[in-house]
Design a binder for this molecule. Structure first.
Ligand SMILES: [Zn+2]
Length: 153
């Protein structure tokens, strides 16, 4: 039988879960696997805000004219003319297409960073910094595994 103290503890935990449940539900409901071919690595980045190893993306060498799309939902996110070589080992862009992303403040790893995610499907793409070299001053540091490049022709 539960003691009074244990009962209160259990009730307390349940109460907190009940309060948090709608938020967890809303958060996870916003992010859905749309592309059934996503790999485990892609899912880890997109749904757990993981980061791919630097200098591993084939998109680092991509220089053709076209657009970068969300690998989950296919939304158009960056134009090729915004891409630049930041030397960081991740595909980098000076600006996103209007309305492509939403942002939130990320305090993980003891840093304050601006995380951004696809406005259409909600999956994580990367972080944006204010040290970009172009007139926008922005550097979108994007996981290559979250992007699909489609050349213009
Ligand atoms: Zn998306």
């Amino acid at each position: 039988m539960l003691t009074k103290r244990k009962t209160l503890k259990v009730l307390g935990a349940s109460f907190i879960s009940l309060i948090l449940l709608p938020f967890n539900y809303l958060y996870s409901a916003a992010k859905k696997i749309i592309n059934p071919e996503l790999t485990d690595e892609q899912k880890n980045i997109m749904f757990n805000e993981g980061t791919e190893r630097p200098f591993t993306s084939s998109l680092l060498e991509e220089k053709r004219v076209g657009f970068y799309h969300c690998a989950n939902c296919g939304a158009k996110l960056f134009a090729s003319n915004a891409k630049f070589d930041s030397g960081t080992g991740w595909p980098s862009f000076s600006e996103a297409l209007p309305g492509a992303f939403n942002t939130k403040i990320d305090y993980s790893f003891g840093m304050k960073r601006i995380e951004y995610h696809c406005a259409n499907c909600g999956v994580h793409h990367g972080h944006v910094f204010d040290d970009g070299p172009s007139s926008t001053g922005k550097r979108f540091c994007n996981n290559g595994l979250c992007l699909i490049f489609k050349p213009e022709n």
